[in-house]
Design a protein around this ligand. Structure first.
Ligand SMILES: [Mg+2]
Length: 403
């Protein structure tokens, strides 16, 4: 079998997605996702102009060799653009391998270790009561784990609370980026009382977590972690910037709260010191930005050795193919922890069909061969790319802060 064509499809059924179709001389094809939120066309260009020509004529069965060729063989390596492009190719090749074998990808990865992947969704609000209401609604839906974020009084546009402001999180915003306003002192004041409220009204049954989104310095993160200890969090997510791996030691010295980190990492080497020094409890790389399943399964294996569990990134800005890859891997590995999930809007589900589904608190995949996703290309063509940016953050004095 030989690769005969690599098609890159940019579509915007609600938000922008970069989809990769790899076609073969035997009629089998696979779909991957190469979406990098806010930098979509960079990845599309890398694939079309630089990577696709290297794939024509190759055997699609040789996934590891293709991965090594694109990562090491081309000399320039790593970074969000190239690792997202590589993930798109990698997922399409796993999809082809599964279809060729007549088996779902989880079967090729060793077979099921569980019946479903424990899932979490997001809850947010302008007030504690709004967050509580959102959690009660999600619990009714069957969720057993939920992320809780609340607007920071005195600022505007707090991360993770956009849904309650009537905007879809990360939805397409034309022209300039939306600018949020944020102050660490105000944020640190509001988060512990939020969880005090949630535990006093909801009890201990629901597992709760919170995302700092890499915005605190090491001492602030340690202070917040200590303040949240009484509320029994499932984990505290992304406390520090991805550059500051050594600073996780400080958080560990001050608290036993479980820590999750990794959505801004691009290779297993980014994740390595946090895992081998046991500075985190959950590794939450984005399979779509670390080079796909081939890299993620290696990270999972390293993490297993050090008793670290997985919590792969699962936002709406990666396409259902990556969500499918998340769940196929979750189903096969022994050290799965929890899976962030998204309910995609109808328009997205019409363009990208199949993918994982939610059932009573768990994400599941069918036993369809490959990743179990497909694309309605005619419909996708009707949703043209729209220029879009992620929001930015500035502090009260006008200086840039990490979004
Ligand atoms: Mg996050």
């Amino acid at each position: 079998m030989k690769i005969t064509n690599v098609k890159v499809l940019v579509t915007c059924p609600g938000r922008n997605y970069v989809l990769v179709k790899i076609e073969t001389d035997e009629g089998l094809y696979g779909w991957g996702d190469a979406t990098l939120n806010g930098r979509e066309l960079s990845v599309a260009s890398a694939l079309e102009n630089h990577i696709a020509p290297l794939l024509i004529g190759r055997d699609p069965d040789r996934i590891e060799d293709t991965w090594q060729m694109l990562f090491r063989g081309t000399y320039w390596r790593g970074g969000p653009v190239l690792m997202t492009a590589l993930a798109g190719v990698d997922l399409a090749l796993w999809d082809i391998k599964g279809k060729r074998a007549g088996l779902p990808v989880y079967s090729l990865l060793g077979g099921k270790t569980r019946e479903g992947a424990l899932a979490y969704s997001h809850c947010s609000g302008e007030s504690f009561e709004e967050v509580e209401d959102c959690i009660r609604e999600r619990m009714e839906q069957g969720f057993k784990v939920l992320r809780a974020q609340v607007a920071v009084p005195g600022t505007h546009g707090t991360y993770g609370t956009a849904v309650k402001r009537g905007e879809a999180v990360g939805s397409v915003r034309e022209a300039a980026p939306f600018v949020e306003q944020w102050e660490p002192s105000l944020y640190l004041k509001v988060v512990p009382p939020l969880f005090e409220h949630l535990r006093s009204t909801l009890g201990d049954e629901i597992a709760l977590l919170h995302d700092i989104h890499e915005r605190l310095n090491p001492v602030q993160a340690s202070q917040l972690a200590r303040a949240l200890e009484p509320y029994n969090l499932f984990f505290l997510e992304d406390p520090l910037r991805p550059e500051h791996k050594e600073s996780f030691r400080l958080i560990r010295q001050h608290t036993t709260i479980p820590i999750a980190m990794g959505e801004l990492f691009h290779t297993r080497w980014d994740a390595l010191p946090l895992i081998t020094e046991q500075l985190i409890d959950f590794i939450r790389c984005d399979i779509g930005h670390i080079g796909g399943l081939t890299e993620a399964r290696k990270i999972a294996a390293i993490a297993e050795t050090y008793n670290v569990q997985t919590a792969w990134h699962g936002p709406g800005d990666i396409a259902p193919m990556t969500h499918a890859a998340n769940v196929h891997l979750d189903m096969a590995i022994p050290n799965f922890g929890v899976q962030e999930m998204t309910f995609f809007p109808e328009a997205t589900q019409e363009v990208i069909t199949g993918g994982p589904y939610f059932e009573d608190g768990y994400m599941k995949v069918t036993d369809a061969p490959g990743l179990g996703t497909d694309v309605n290309e005619a419909l996708a063509a009707k949703y043209e790319y729209k220029s879009a940016y992620l929001p930015m953050v500035r502090r009260f004095d006008g200086s840039v802060h990490d979004w």
